[in-house]
Design a protein around this ligand. Structure first.
Ligand SMILES: [Zn+2]
Length: 74
């Protein structure tokens, strides 16, 4: 079974659980018992609602972000 990451909307606790495909959308928070929803990967979650201005290095590769690769997703 794949491992899914969840984030509890009630207490903010993040945890991972092995789930079947048809059970992956929700899990019970081990801390407070609330229903936690499936979280995106930690990478995507950090970027989240960034405002939509970044992440498009385009032709100026390496000049718009600190990663230097010109291929950042941030
Ligand atoms: Zn919780």
């Amino acid at each position: 079974m794949p491992l899914y990451e969840y984030s509890c909307p009630s207490c903010g606790f993040k945890f991972e659980e092995l789930k079947r495909m048809d059970e992956r959308l929700s899990a019970r928070c081990p801390k407070c018992g609330a229903t936690a929803e499936k979280a995106l990967s930690s990478f995507a979650a950090v970027v989240g609602d960034g405002g939509g201005s970044g992440g498009n290095c385009g032709s100026d590769a390496g000049s718009c972000c600190s990663c230097g690769s010109g291929n950042c997703q941030g």
